[in-house]
Design a binder for this molecule. Structure first.
Ligand code: AMP
Length: 620
């Protein structure tokens, strides 16, 4: 450690204190830890020089849990006590994991009441948080040994689509081993952090992240060291494991389709499939031996087997482009992240779709950990925060219910957060003194097709004619995704407010469903919106004419009154049965018919005002 200069009286010494923080990529298949080595961020290897720590934990009654490579070899002989892909258990209910084929060789504790999946092992019952904590502990030990001191904290990366429960359980795992979480960082954002500092590229970048168990595509705009996430999409149930399952199923069908496999044989089959998959990344074909059967699989055959998985990844890229309103030509670079992007079929398909060769400057396994390490270094105070900004996006539109059970979107999907937007609303009825506010989330036009987030009321609105009150509704989403909605009546300053976490209980599947249903129903939604708006406009005019007649009916000429009445009746009928165009046209007609009556009223009231009443009173 460098010695510090002794300060002279009056001399102000800036004392650089290097503090220890790490970035952790807690992956489904492998985990990594990185830290600042002064200038650069380094991914730390274990004693044997391996920087990837397999996210596998073996429990036994006699010794502490074994994590990593040794545990992988144990999986074959001791599958029930050797837990892999624990990340896929995080935030899931016991019901979900009991039916998932990849977990069927574990004995889950079905008696638990907290619904966190827990596995019965030789070392006792271990839940998903404890298992994740054992992986984290191994990484922290590795880092503390390297740094020669205690860590002050870590930035841990999570998939962009992790919901609140999954994020919380990741934090809980850290807390269990006394590790301070400086921040959870989305994996694609971490990759962007790494590239933003080390590459000179500017423009639009797609981060294509295909790991062991999750898939994320993000569209980022890189400008002068500032990253903005324009759009993200993904699939929490797609990854390298799925390529293994498909290949394993093919091997099984070739070797011995009818044999029932025991858990040990299944683990062995998966290991064989995984090995063959890796070999096919370097060579054109590989030979296989299983249960006495010998065969060969070529790259082309493997590509054919995995066609459906590749199609899913490309559809996601297409969706992200559509969400960001960008064309393929506007993408300058594609960054590949995750071990599965080593597969030539993945690289080729991405290159073919974007018409560009993807960037592979960084090792696809390390890039997320590097970004997390950089961010940890900033958060711990070793680097200026001004060095770069991190921006995230709001995954689904946030809006408010308006008349006709329609949704007015205030903060659209994929808006960069933190974000704040305000919009003015008014009252629908004369003398309306309270307004009910219903905050919703989703892409559809009708409230019934969106997710209800919160309801609250603004009271004590001064009594005015319909449309006169001004209510400003402000939506504010902070950096952690917390939404505050405030309604303010502008003449009195009276306010009401609510706070809600829009991501609560929202997982990738529900986001996907909400997005696809909005695309499927776009046309019908627009039609129903137009109809409801026309109906509201018509009803408002009918109400306004009726109230004007009750006050100033004497100003109507008899013939005019009859004609207006006829059209009002006709419009009332049309509102129930007509199309939006018909209703709109007749509303216009009624507007024209009543316009002279309206100007006579105006003249009368201005005359009254000139005789001493204030304009305000007249308007009231
Ligand atoms: P990650 O979660 O990013 O560590 O990704 C791990 C996934 O990448 C696993 O499914 C691995 O089988 C896969 N993977 C790693 N290296 C290769 C390779 N050379 N070829 C094919 N897949 C690979």
């Amino acid at each position: 450690m460098a010695l510090l200069k002794i300060s002279e009286p009056g001399e102000k010494l800036a004392i650089p204190v290097h503090r220890f923080a790490v970035g952790i990529d807690l992956g489904t298949t492998n985990s990594l830890v990185s830290t600042s080595s002064g200038q650069d961020i380094e991914v730390l290897p274990d004693d044997a020089g391996n920087y990837l720590l397999p996210s596998v934990v073996q429990y036994s009654a006699e010794v502490d849990p074994v994590v990593g490579k040794i545990a992988i070899s144990a999986a074959i002989n001791d599958p029930k006590n050797t837990i892999s892909s624990v990340k896929r258990l995080l935030g899931r209910s016991i019901e979900e994991v009991l039916t998932a084929p990849q977990f069927k060789h574990y004995d889950f504790d079905t008696q638990r009441t907290d619904s966190i999946p827990a596995i019965i092992t030789a070392a006792g019952i271990k839940d998903s948080v404890q298992i994740s904590a054992d992986i984290l502990r191994t990484l922290v030990d590795r880092a503390e040994k390297f740094l020669g001191g205690k860590l002050e904290g870590a930035v841990i990366t999570v998939p962009a689509y992790f919901n609140d429960a999954q994020r919380q359980q990741t934090k809980d795992a850290a807390r269990l081993i006394g590790l301070n979480v400086l921040r959870l960082l989305n994996e694609p954002t971490a990759a962007a952090v790494a590239y933003g500092l080390d590459s000179r590229d500017e423009g639009n970048v797609v981060v294509f992240d295909l790991g062991g168990g999750t898939f994320d595509v993000s569209l980022l705009s890189l400008k002068k060291g500032v990253f903005e996430v324009l759009a993200t999409s993904g699939d929490t149930l797609l990854g390298g494991d799925d390529f293994d399952y498909l290949l394993a199923a093919w091997i099984k069908s070739e070797a011995s389709p009818t044999t029932e496999l025991n858990p040990m044989e299944e683990a062995e089959l998966l290991r064989l499939a995984n090995l063959a998959k890796h070999q096919l990344s370097d060579q054109n074909e590989t030979s296989l031996n299983y249960l006495g059967w010998s065969g060969v699989i070529t790259r082309a055959k493997f590509a054919k087997l995995c066609e459906s998985l590749i199609t899913r990844t490309i559809s996601t890229c297409r969706r992200v482009l559509r969400d960001a309103s960008l064309s393929i030509e506007e993408i300058d670079n594609i960054v590949l992240v995750g071990g599965s992007t080593r597969m030539p079929i993945v690289r080729d398909s991405v290159a073919e779709f974007f018409g560009k060769v993807p960037l592979t400057d960084f090792d696809p396994d390390k890039v997320v950990a590097i970004g997390a390490g950089i961010q940890a270094d900033v958060l711990i105070g070793n680097k200026s925060v001004d060095d770069f900004l991190l921006l995230d996006v709001n995954p689904l539109s946030l809006g408010i219910e308006t008349m006709g059970e329609l949704v007015e979107k205030i903060i659209p999907r994929n808006t960069t957060i933190p974000a704040a937007k305000a919009q003015e609303f008014t009252t629908f009825k004369d003398g309306q003194t309270a307004m009910s506010l219903h905050v919703v989330q989703g892409e559809r036009e009708l409230v019934s097709d969106c997710r209800s987030l919160a309801r609250f009321e603004l009271r004590d609105i001064p009594s005015m004619v319909a449309g006169a009150a001004k209510i400003r509704v402000t939506f504010q989403v902070d950096a952690d995704g917390l939404l505050s909605v405030m309604a303010e009546e502008l003449s009195t300053g009276k306010t009401a407010e609510v706070q809600v976490k829009p991501s609560y209980g929202l997982d990738a599947d529900s986001i996907e469903k909400m997005l696809s249903s909005s695309h499927e129903n776009a046309k019908e939604d627009m039609e129903i919106r137009a109809l409801r708006e026309a109906q509201i406009e018509a009803r408002q005019l009918i109400d306004a004419i009726s109230s004007a007649r009750s006050i100033d009916g004497q100003l109507l000429i008899a013939q005019e009154a009859v004609r207006i009445e006829e059209v009002v009746v006709e419009l009332q009928l049309l509102v129930e049965q007509g199309t939006s165009v018909q209703i709109h046209e007749l509303t216009e007609e009624l507007n024209r018919l009543s316009s002279e009556f309206a100007s006579r009223r105006m003249d009368l009231h201005i005359g009254e005002a000139l005789r001493g009443e204030s304009i305000d009173e007249v308007e009231q």
